[in-house]
Structure formats: C-alpha cells, structure tokens
Write a protein that binds this ligand. Structure first.
Ligand code: MRU
Length: 348
C-alpha cells in the first residue's frame, strides 16, 4: 500500500511538522519535504510539491495548524486574527481547487468554536488537521466502493491528470474508483493521458498504479480520440477541483476528453468528495488558475519547445458542462448531475 501523501509528525526531531511526498520529483525520485511553517506550506502548494484538490485541502488544514503553532501572542483573539491572515495567504496560492479554501475555513471555524487558552486552541487545531487527513482516506474508500458499481469486468478506463492516492491523502478519487472495482474482483485496465503541461498523468498516475500492480498504459493526450474511435476505451473517470451547479472544473484538457467521450457514446464519470462541491456557484463565477508560461513553453525548464519571445497561454483547469457528465461519484453514492443538485444544493 502507498504511503500517505501528507501526514502530521507527532514526535521526534521534526515534531509538529507536516511530511509530504515531493510530487515534483516523481517518478525518478521518491523523496519527502518536511514542512515546518505556514509560509513553507503555502510554497509547497504553489510549486505543486503537493497537488490535487483533496491533498491541498489537507495541506491547507495542516498549514493552518502550523500557523497556530507559530503564533507568539498571548490572546485567543490575536490568534484568530493571525489565522485569518494565514488563511488568506494559503487560499491565494491556487484559486480553482475549492478544497483549499474548505480546509482553511474548517480550521478557522474550529479555532473560533474552541474555548480555552491559546495552547488549548492550538492543540485542537492540530487534532482537527489530523482528522481532515484521516477522513480523506475513509471518504475515498467510500467513493471507491460506490464508483466500482459503474465499472464492468474487463473495462479499460481512460483517466486524465492524477486523481489518485497522490492527489489525496490516500487511495484516490478517480483512481479510488479503479481500486474499488479491482477490490470487487473486476479486471480493469487504465489508460492514462500524459496531461500536458505538468504531466501528472505520465509521472504520477502511471507511477502510483504501477506501484500498486494495476495495469496502466500512458498515451499522449492527443491519442485519446483515436483510441475511443477504435473501441479501446469503455469508460472515462476523472477527478474534480470544483463542482459547481452547471459544470465540473478539473485539469486542463478534461473538457476536450468529455466532448470526445460524448461524441463516441462513452460514459464520462467524475469522482470527488462532497468537500469539492460549490453548488451555489456557476461556471462563469470560477477563477481559473493561470500558471507561468514556462510550463507550456518548456518541458520542466529543461527542453525549450518554442522560440524566445512567443507567448504561451497556460490555464491550469477547464470547466466541463454538466450535459457532458454521465455521473458524479461522491462518498454518498453515484448521482446524475440533476440528482447531485437535488441532494446537495441546499448545502451551498
Ligand atoms: O494542478 P493539479 O495537479 O493540482 O490538478 C489536479 C487535478 O486536476 C485533479 O484531477 C483534481 O485535483 C482531483 S484530485 C483527486
């Protein structure tokens, strides 16, 4: 079983820090980053040492706990002001994945509702951040169990980006559905879009499935349509960074995969925890993160692809309208887009 992507260190020389698998180094190196401050956690989120919506939700929660530990004042009120500032810093690192703001808000709410001394509030926040991480793994297992019902024995499933154990604390959402189907005794193969420009599909999805002995084949993003036409893909399952009333935001390129799946009559599923829902919003109200152009113009700054002076556009996510979505798998079940709204819209 894969180690947790992010965990809290309770003892030893690094007591009260967070330990992350460094996702910028995979698949060549398996190393960790020890994060001791909120500012360092913000940087780990920005640089994608940790990435994936549920994983950055847990990172955000631990970032808030680290911020609480760094507070040098004596009053509860001062601590809350300090945490509000820390929340703004963490939230501003990546605007699209709603789990980030969900994680910081959960910790801020915990601070506000905990009576007692500064020390007691800090302890409560550490416990809450650890609970966020523990719950994530449990929630993903439930997503996997529900999602396994839409996968047939013998299916080859296309996925885009990495919505696996590495994108969460453990087990994964889209890849949790694959793991759930395999645990239910089905034979499943995965085709992984490489996912330009950051290549999470090639470097992370292929890595973690290989580690788990799950059959996976990498393709260039541009091959998906051909393989669908050839009948080599039976389902598409992806994760999500934010699910709004009329669409699903996920890694750039997901939208075109959904259009191709729809054209070929292939079911397109989204797997995500309830913490990814933002149903009070619509697609045109979501800020899509734009990242530095080097990600598109080079291969990790090592190989230059286009001439100096040519600009590049680098949106990190896109929105897929709900009419292209067959079903959404949460920890509570599998829902059509209409059923999802009926069940959760009151939550806002
Ligand atoms: O930019 P990233 O790597 O953080 O984007 C990740 C994705 O788009 C995932 O599909 C999404 O966060 C779901 S993770 C379970």
């Amino acid at each position: 079983m894969l180690e947790r992507t992010i965990s809290w260190i309770d003892g030893g020389p690094d007591k009260n820090s967070a330990k992350l698998i460094d996702q910028t180094k995979l698949p060549l190196e398996y190393t960790h980053v020890i994060v001791k401050t909120c500012e360092r956690m913000a940087r780990a989120i920005k640089t994608m040492e940790i990435r994936g919506a549920p994983a950055i939700g847990a990172a955000a929660a631990m970032g808030m706990a680290l911020a609480a530990l760094e507070y040098e004042g004596k009053t509860r009120e001062g601590l809350i002001v300090h945490l509000e500032r820390s929340k703004r810093i963490l939230d501003s690192q990546r605007p699209t994945a709603v789990n980030l703001m969900w994680g910081t808000k959960r910790l801020l709410d915990k601070a506000a509702s905990t009576a007692g001394t500064v020390g007691e509030v800090v302890e409560a926040l550490i416990a809450e951040a650890k609970a966020v991480a523990d719950e994530d793994v449990e929630i993903n297992r439930r997503i996997g169990q529900h999602g396994s019902t839409v996968i047939a024995d013998g299916d080859t499933v296309l996925t885009h980006c990495n919505a696996g154990a590495l994108a969460c604390v453990g087990y994964g959402t889209a890849l949790g559905v694959i793991r759930g189907a395999i645990e239910a005794g089905k034979k499943v193969k995965v085709i992984s879009d490489e996912t330009r420009p950051r290549l999470q599909g090639a470097s992370l999805t292929c890595w973690e499935l290989k580690e788990d002995g799950i059959p996976v084949t990498q393709i260039a993003d541009t091959e998906a349509g051909l393989l669908m036409r050839m009948g080599k893909i039976q389902k598409v399952v992806v994760g999500a960074d934010r699910i709004v009333a009329d669409g699903v935001f996920n890694k750039i390129g997901t939208y075109q995969v959904a259009i191709m799946a729809n054209f070929h009559g292939i079911p397109f599923y989204v797997a995500a925890p309830v913490s990814t829902l933002d149903l009070a919003r619509k697609m045109d109200g979501v800020e899509i993160e734009q990242r530095d152009e080097w990600e598109v113009k080079t291969v990790f700054k090592k190989v230059q692809l286009s001439p100096d002076g040519v600009p590049a556009i680098n949106y990190a996510f896109d929105g897929t309208p709900m009419e292209l979505v067959t079903g959404i798998v949460t920890e509570d079940g599998v829902f059509t887009p209409k059923e999802l709204l009926e069940r959760y819209q009151a939550k806002g």
